[in-house]
Design a protein around this ligand. Structure first.
Ligand SMILES: [Zn+2]
Length: 329
């Protein structure tokens, strides 16, 4: 069942943490923890540094962590997900304090864990209390914070594919939810400059759009409204290279390429990405790796049994790949 989060945002709001009642366990990383100590020294009952998201690590942590009334996850996606795991297992109160807005982990109910180096989703806990501290978040590199907007911008290509799946493949389509998703895309468009500047308004925009997206995706029971062929591109790059990338970088490239394949206001979509300051040339991948991911898109999609999209009805030709790559310049 979806639960709406209570979100408090302000500069310096992390100081409120020290007033939390009961036994508090903090799951964090060196940098956000140092920032908090700088602003207001605080000694909670337990402080644990998050190292990795292996399921084994989480299980060990959960069994060794002393009893607590509140668990605080302060940091990036791993810290939030680790806190979600502990609070889910123990059924205790949870407060999340993201130090970066590059992923939607602070808003979703699922927990991304690694089993044999593969991401698996476990758990079911909707974050109900969030503290958004502009000062803390603005310490993270701007490019990483902006990257969070990619999973909102992906609505552009995802909605096209969802409709296509409905028309060509008999999938359930909810026009009211699609309209809610389109509203989010428009809101991002209207606030692109704030996102670019990682201003308080830009940070609030990303968090609020994640909140809305998680809500309607939960209600419709799938991530169709925000996950289309651009995500297939992202998954294939990771599959082919066996490397891990900043999710937003891959999705940005996917939006650029798939809006072209869809013939779906591609210039506008790439323009939106540029105006938000998002990267879409995947700086951590070689050009031939990106070309390879496009060339093998259909084969990858079929083998992985992924959802219906533009990849099923349009051919990715060498000329198309050239045009996509030229568009990166
Ligand atoms: Zn995504």
């Amino acid at each position: 069942m979806y639960k709406a989060p209570n979100i408090k945002s302000d500069a310096g709001i992390i100081r409120e943490l020290k007033d939390l009642p009961g036994r508090v366990a903090v799951l964090t990383m060196e940098i956000p923890w140092a920032v908090l100590q700088e602003q207001c020294p605080w000694e909670p009952d337990s402080v644990q540094m998050v190292t990795d998201m292996d399921l084994e690590t989480l299980e060990r942590l959960e069994s060794s962590l002393p009893p607590c009334d509140v668990v605080v996850g302060m940091g990036g996606g791993s810290c939030c997900d680790t806190a979600k795991y502990i609070a889910w297992k123990r059924g205790c109160r949870m407060v999340l304090v993201p130090s970066i807005v590059s992923v939607d982990a602070p808003l979703t109910n699922m927990i991304a864990v690694r089993v044999d180096k593969t991401v698996k989703y476990v758990g079911d806990i909707f974050p109900e209390e969030l503290l958004i501290d502009y000062d803390l978040i603005r310490r993270a590199p701007a490019a990483l914070n902006r990257a969070g907007a990619c999973d909102i911008a992906s609505i552009h290509t995802a909605l096209y594919d969802w409709r296509l799946g409905h028309e060509n493949n008999g999938e359930t389509y909810d026009a009211a939810v699609a309209a809610l998703a389109a509203d989010c895309l428009n809101e991002l468009d209207a606030n692109a400059e704030e996102v670019f500047n990682v201003s308080p308004k830009g940070i609030d925009t990303i968090i609020d759009l994640y909140r809305r997206e998680v809500k309607f995706c939960t209600e419709v029971g799938s991530s169709r409204p925000e996950e289309g062929a651009e995500h297939i591109v992202a998954y294939n790059i990771e599959h082919l290279t066996r490397r891990h990338f900043l999710h937003g970088d891959l999705v940005g490239f996917g939006i650029h390429a798939m809006s072209m394949l869809q013939d779906n206001r591609a210039e506008w979509a790439t323009g939106l990405i540029r105006r938000c300051g998002l990267r879409f040339d995947v700086p951590d991948a070689a050009r031939n790796e990106l070309r390879g991911a496009l060339a093998s898109l259909k084969e990858f999609k079929n083998r992985a049994g992924l959802f219906y999209s533009v990849v099923d009805c349009k051919e990715v030709t060498p000329d198309f790949i050239d045009a996509v790559m030229i568009g990166l310049e």
